[in-house]
Every structure is written in C-alpha cells, then in structure tokens.
Design a protein around this ligand. Sequence first.
Ligand SMILES: [Fe+2]
Length: 350
Amino acid sequence: MPLIDISDAKPGMILNKDVEDGRTGTIFATSGIVLSTRIISRIKNLGTKYIHVAKLAENTDNDKQEIVSEDKEIQIYHKEFSNKTKNLLNGVKMGKKLIITEISDTMDNLIDEVTNSNNILGKLRQLSKDDDYTFEHSVKVSMLAAMIGNWLNYSQSEIKQLAYAGLFHDIGKLKIAQHIINKPGKLTKREFEIIKKHTVYGYNLLNETIGMNKNVALSALQHHEREDGSGYPQGLKSFKIHEFAKIIAICDVFNAMTTDKPYKKKVSAFEAAEYIERSSFRTLNPKISRIFLDNIATFYVGNTVKLNTGDLGKIIMLNKHRPTRPVVRVNDEFIDLLKNKKIKIIDVIS
Ligand SMILES: [Fe+2]
C-alpha cells in the first residue's frame, strides 16, 4: 500500500486508508473511494500531506473514472449528511436545542456537489432511501433548493441559507403526532388544521435557534403560501412571500410528486414539471418555475423515457418555449410532444 505525496495523487487512484478531517475529527474520505480532481483538492485543503493509495483502478480511462468517483462522492456526502442531520433532529425531538454548526461542514460539501454537478437529478434518484419520508424528502428539497439558488446566481452564503431552508422547511412536523403525519390517504378537516400548524411551529423553532438566518425561519412559515393567496397559514399573496419560500414551494411539490408514497404512486419528472408549469399561472411563482423547468429539462436530453403509448424513446431535443414537451425519437420516428398532446412521458428510465 504505497504512501504518496498528495501532490502526486491522480484521479483514478484508489484511497487505501481513511483520510481524517483534523479540525472535526471526522472521516473526510473513506478507504476504497476512487479519487477525483475535486476530492484531491479537498484533501489538499485539509492540510493533509500524504495519503495511502492502492494500485490504480483497473480501468484507467480518466474521464470514466472521474464520473464513477463523482457519483460515489455525492453518495458518501449524502450519507454522512443524512446521518448527522438525523442525529440532530432526533435530539430536537427529545427537547434538545438545534445546533446547526454540527452539520455545517457536511452541508458545505453537499452543496458543492450539487452546484457542480451536471446531472444532479439523475444522482438524486440514486441516493439511498430512508424509511422516514419527511426526512428523506427534506434532504432532497434542500439539494434541489441549492440547485435553484445556483441557477438564480445566488451568492454562496445565500445558497447555504436556501439549503437550510429546504432541510428545515417541515421541521415543525416534529411537534405533530406521527399518526397524523404518516396517515395514508385523505386527512379529515380537523387533522388538516393540525398539519397546517407545522409552518408556525417550524418558524418559532428556527427563530429561536442561535445562528439561524431569519430567512430560513420565514421559509418554514411561508412554504405553503401561494402566489394567489390560496395558501396557508396566513393566505399571503405573491409580493408578501419571501423568495426562499417560493423556491422551497416548487422543490416541495416537485419532489413530493416524483417520490413513491404508500398511498400515492409517483409520476415522472416530466408530469411533475407540467404540473408546475400549469400552476405557475396561479399558485407557484412564474419566474422561478421557468428557471427550474428550463434547467431541469436540459438534464434529460439523451435520456431514455417511457411513453404512455407503451413505447420507449430517447429525448432528442427540447422545444424552447415548452421544455416539458420535448421531441422524442421512438425507433426511427420523431415524435414532437408539443404537437402530440395526448402522448405523455410516464417514466425516465436512464
Ligand atoms: Fe410543509
């Protein structure tokens, strides 16, 4: 197991001993991962001078190695982040204070992955599942929100606040009975009134948290408000809703629709996108919806999709003004979904 100077490390090499983050005492990179340019530069930033590596990975095609290692990277950071956040939230459930510094570094790593990835939606699909729907949903909303913040050219610190806003948007649900939160099927009127309170509970909790930006608390309060005033808890109209809360609302709807629940089957990203497009005339913010839809659609060009006709096809190109209705090639036929309104994409295969 050779020991090498970090300046001699190359993408594609396999780490053979854990690298620790001396500041926090946690493991930064685990043995067995394939090094990428980004991991190498982060290890350098830790001040680590030497690392143990195994022999080069079998396939030394650098581009391929880079893709493999970046996929692994996001999984590692997601797992570490999920574990730490879960501990933190379990503590809050038991009455402990929320201390965000406990997850701050891992949050930075994850944001870095999300904002530098050119296929974050594909990667989100591959991340490990969690039995706790609200928890898994919150982590994904956090990552989607960071992604939108990046597209809106937010600063690094704003993107981080937005990621916290996504992560904690439903934190008020910790104060509501689990049998109501996890109830399969339709809620009674009374149960829905109780659920609505998670916005206010979340706001109060986050507002009392030391070091938490006020906009994060406002997002928890306002993420169910809608542009036309039809939302809750205050029935605010567009100009009174914070932009963070508008972003979280879109991520919340998109991820909820594209995730399987015991009582509701998921729909494809394209169906969810079309729903957001329709809603942007009334309930969701049109500017943010547009940025979201334009950008996510480009991820899917080249992907194989299943149509409601039963055919499999490949997305060939996007229609500029309707990114949710692309041109799909099925065998030798090109189907323009803008002209064939009855044809829908019901699943993204790869
Ligand atoms: Fe919510």
